[in-house]
Every structure is written in structure tokens, then in C-alpha cells.
Design a protein around this ligand. Structure first.
Ligand code: FAD
Length: 482
């Protein structure tokens, strides 16, 4: 049996043909020279790779580039980026197998997508549920409905009554990684962003399985109702925090889905939470993966709204203390201190702010890729370029995820103590999200007019009597931190 070359995001048993297959791992420093990743992301990836290297039959080669390490014939599962795939295709003696680590097979996605005018998550998700017999009873969706979103949009409670996942115990490998990263920063000119901190995400299969068990038992029941809510003092809420482990390949998404479905069938998790969680993995995660390959390579540079501003320094450098708006400051602090915030802060606080200000979508995608512990190229295109920046003009979502302070106020506890008022559009205490929302609509009215879901917001825009002042005020704000 040929050794299997595993990329650092292919670390679980489902990337091997048998448990005793020899494994080749490559640790390349060049990756860290090319761009400034979050310090905790670099730590997590290296820790996972080095922990995996302690398994039997496994060889870790440290080189500057991948090519130097590949001196014998190997097989490899389809990598997760176009650049890595091109590299694999260039190397002699490397056999590339179909992708693993996702649920729907590429040819099934293509057959589903071909001939459709619009590719929508909801349609793909229903197809995948039926195709993989997940939460189905006799050909019908369990409970009679495909979608429990209506039960899953609760504003936040005062506090979440769920236990945090147990802390991860770092070991000698983590200490070695930390010392190496310190040395690379000091002696090799390698730069990172964000703060170092205790490792919070699984680096081994054992840790990942423990995190999954804990989530399904203690946190899944509360996942659904509050999945869209934000609490200033609780960055994790009832989210699974499993994306880094699934994206490193430590967990097979289908095993995660089956564990959640089993919890529902055993009566220990309600259907709305189980369905909401499964929708994220079987639906969203696979959907964005397939769109990355299905859309043409130029998609990642799409910029339909012609957003050309570069990211301001305070944002690029995660300077949460420079920001007065409570929501943005707290979310940026989460990125700085953990390299992770949950979905709604990513979409409605960070992405929304960037889109309102007209920041270049490719720069926003690069920022998300580098600053998040679960960030990978394939996740960026659909989530950042498409969903959060609407830079594809609506190929994967029906309208821009633009919202003013009223949304943040409804779905979080951020606004009451904030120096800005979500109801105020102009003046010293104008909420930057509210002002930014109207100024975004004013700027893009022509591009959005044909979209029937934007008709009411655009009618609202025309009723504003202070639009000129608001637009001027936003222009004067420039790239200053709000
Ligand atoms: P949960 O809320 O517990 O959800 C369960 C799982 O569903 C996640 O672990 C993840 O594997 C999957 N999932 C849910 N939504 C998505 C989605 N839209 N795309 C892909 N997987 C999804 N996800 C990443 O894995 N890496 C990223 O770099 C990333 N960047 C994002 C950037 C933006 C602007 C947006 C809007 C979303 C991004 N997401 C990304 C998707 C989502 O926000 C994260 O997967 C989720 O917040 C991770 O936390 P969790 O594991 O607690 O997720």
C-alpha cells in the first residue's frame, strides 16, 4: 500500500484506506512566511500536525516547501484549495484520490446544480437530507417540516444556562510549538496577528471526540433557539465550537451529524436544535465547499458592488481597544483573543461593517482566512465574498446581509450600555451600523433596485429626511474606528 500524504487539514482516520496505512506529513514553514496568520491558528495547526505525527506508522518531514518532502510515490486525498490541487498535479508520483471530509460527493452536487438558475442552500440541503437519509422518516422530513428556523431566531436570554466545554490540557507538544513560534517571530521575521493564549480547540482526534460528546450531551439542546443571538459576556453561547476540528479533518462531518441525530432519536435533544445544527453541517458547510469548486476560479475576486477601500489599520490589526461601538469592539476582541467568534458576529457585525464601508471583498476574505482558527480558502469564497459582502451580486444569496443597529439591538445585549444609539442616524451618538446601513443603500440603490427583497428597504430610504446629512457624516467618518 502506498503511503498516504496527509495535508494538515486531513488528519482523521477517514483520510486513510486502512488504520495501518503508512502516513507522510509535511510541516512547511513557507506557509507562515507568506501571510500573517493569527498566532493561535498557527499554534492549532502545528499542534494538530505534530500530535498526529506521534501515531504509529507516521513520518513527519520538516521542509521549507512540500515538494522537497515528496521523495517517494504517495497517494493523497483531493486537497482543499486550488493552489494545493495545482501543486499535487504538478508533482510526479503523487496519485490524487477524490475528496474526503465532506458529505455530498462532487458528482452528486454537480448533478443537483446543473441547469438551476439560482443555487440556494435550502434546495441543496433538502436534496442532501434525502440523499443521505438524515432526519428522514419514510421519505418525509422528520417531524413533517424541513426547516425549524422560525423556532431558532430567539433574542438572547439574560444568560445561557449551558456548561462551557471543559478546558483543553496543553502538553509538551504545545509547549514546543509555542517555543518554536516565539523563535520564528524573534529570529525569522515571521509575523502573526492576534494574541497568544491557551489552546481552546481540539488538536487530536481524542480531544475532538470529547468536544463532540460534550456538545451533544450538554449544549445541543440549547443550540437552536439562540443560534442567531449574541451575548457580550458569552462568546461561545451554545455553539459547538467544532469547526476547527472538522476543518482539520479530525472529525468526519457525517459522524457529527449522526451523533446529533441519535441524540434527537434518543429524546435527549429537541428537533428544532437538532435540525438547525445538522443544517449547518450537511447544508451550509458542504454547500460552501462545493460552490468553491463549482464557481469559476475568478469568483473569489468578484466585486459587483465595486468596493475598493482597503481595510483600516485598526481592523487589520484587531485593535479592539480603538473601537467605541460596543458590539464591534467586543467581537474584534474575540477575534484578537481567541481567533474565533460565532456565525452571527462574523456575518452581522464584522462582515456587515465591512460591506457598509465598501472594503475590498478580497481583502476582507484574506483577513477572515488569516484571523480565524477555522479559516481556509475554500470556506472564504462563498461565506465572505458571496454571503457576507454580496460581491457576487446574489449568485448564492437572495439579498445583501446588510443591517442597521436595530438588528444588533434585537439579537444581542450590546446596545443598551453603548455610547451609540441604534435608533439614531446622525449626530454624535448615531449608531455606525444604522448610519452605515442607510448610506450603503443610498450608494447601491441602482444595483439593488431590481431585487424585489430590497424594495421595502429602498422605499424606507426615500422616506428619510436627513439622508444628505447622513451621507456626508459617513463620508467624513472615513476609515476611522467607530
Ligand atoms: P456551529 O454554529 O456550532 O455550527 C456547526 C458547524 O456547522 C460548524 O462547526 C461548521 O462546521 C458548520 N457551518 C455552519 N455554518 C457554516 C458555513 N456558513 N460555512 C461552513 N461551515 C459552516 N466557517 C468555517 O469553518 N471557517 C471559516 O473560516 C468561516 N468563516 C466565515 C466567515 C463569515 C463572514 C461567515 C459569515 C461565516 C464563516 N464561517 C466559517 C461559517 C460559520 O460562521 C462557522 O463555521 C461557525 O461560526 C463555526 O463555529 P461553530 O463550530 O461553533 O459552529
Amino acid at each position: 500500500m502506498k503511503p498516504r500524504w496527509l495535508f494538515a487539514d486531513q488528519l482523521g482516520p477517514h483520510f486513510l484506506d486502512s488504520p495501518d496505512q503508512p502516513v507522510l506529513l509535511v510541516e512547511s514553514k513557507a506557509v507562515f512566511r507568506r501571510r500573517a496568520f493569527h498566532r493561535q491558528k498557527a499554534h492549532l495547526v502545528l499542534s494538530a500536525l505534530r500530535h498526529r505525527a506521534t501515531d504509529a506508522n507516521t513520518r513527519l518531514v520538516r521542509t521549507e516547501t512540500y515538494a522537497e518532502a515528496l521523495t517517494e510515490p504517495v497517494s493523497v486525498c483531493h486537497p482543499t484549495s486550488r493552489a494545493a490541487r495545482a501543486l499535487v498535479q504538478r508533482l510526479p508520483d503523487v496519485e490524487m484520490l477524490p475528496p474526503r471530509g465532506f458529505v455530498t460527493a462532487p458528482h452528486d452536487f454537480v448533478s443537483w446544480a446543473e441547469g438551476r438558475n439560482h443555487l440556494r442552500l435550502e434546495d441543496f440541503y433538502r436534496f442532501a437530507r434525502a440523499n443521505h437519509d438524515v432526519l428522514m422518516d419514510g421519505g418525509e422530513p422528520t417531524g413533517g417540516r424541513w426547516n425549524y428556523d422560525a423556532d431558532n431566531r430567539e433574542p438572547p436570554p439574560r444568560r445561557m444556562d449551558v456548561p462551557e466545554p471543559p478546558a483543553i490540557a496543553e502538553d509538551d507538544i504545545d509547549a514546543e510549538v509555542r517555543a518554536d513560534l516565539d523563535r520564528w517571530e524573534r529570529d525569522d521575521g515571521i509575523e502573526f496577528v492576534g494574541n497568544d493564549g491557551p489552546r481552546r480547540f481540539p488538536a487530536t482526534r481524542r480531544e475532538a471526540l470529547a468536544r463532540l460528546r460534550h456538545f451533544v450531551q450538554h449544549r445541543l439542546p440549547a443550540f437552536g433557539p439562540y443560534e442567531d443571538a449574541m451575548l457580550a459576556g458569552d462568546p461561545w453561547m451554545a455553539h459547538s465550537m467544532l469547526s476547527p476540528a472538522i476543518n482539520l479533518g479530525l472529525l468526519d462531518p457525517l459522524e457529527v451529524i449522526h451523533r446529533a441525530e441519535q441524540a434527537y432519536r434518543d429524546g435527549s435533544a429537541p428537533l428544532n436544535s437538532t435540525e438547525g445544527f445538522i443544517r449547518q453541517i450537511l447544508g451550509w458547510r458542504d454547500f460552501v465547499w462545493h460552490l468553491y469548486w463549482y464557481f469559476e476560479p475568478e469568483y473569489r475576486a468578484a466585486n459587483e458592488l465595486r468596493a475598493r477601500r482597503e481595510l483600516p489599520k485598526w481592523f487589520a490589526e484587531l485593535d479592539a481597544d480603538a473601537v467605541g461601538a460596543r458590539c464591534l469592539s467586543d467581537v474584534l476582541k474575540g477575534v484578537r483573543d481567541h481567533g474565533w467568534v460565532h456565525h452571527i458576529p462574523r456575518l452581522m457585525v464584522l462582515g456587515n461593517y465591512a460591506m457598509q464601508r465598501g472594503w475590498r471583498p478580497a481583502a476582507v476574505a484574506d483577513w477572515f482566512h488569516r484571523c480565524f482558527v477555522d479559516g481556509y480558502e475554500w470556506v472564504m469564497t462563498a461565506n465572505v465574498v458571496g454571503m457576507s459582502q454580496f460581491a457576487d451580486g446574489g449568485r448564492m444569496s437572495t439579498k445583501p446581509y446588510a443591517a442597521g443597529g436595530a438588528y444588533v439591538n434585537r439579537m444581542s445585549d450590546y446596545c443598551k450600555p453603548c455610547r451609540y444609539d441604534p435608533k439614531v442616524r446622525t449626530g454624535d451618538n448615531a449608531c455606525p451600523y444604522t448610519a452605515g446601513y442607510w448610506s450603503f443603500l443610498a450608494r447601491h440603490e441602482d444595483a439593488l433596485r431590481a431585487n424585489h427583497r430590497m424594495r421595502r428597504p429602498l422605499q424606507g430610504l426615500h422616506r428619510l429626511d436627513d439622508l444628505a446629512v447622513l451621507v456626508e457624516q459617513e463620508a467624513a467618518r472615513g476609515s476611522r474606528a467607530p
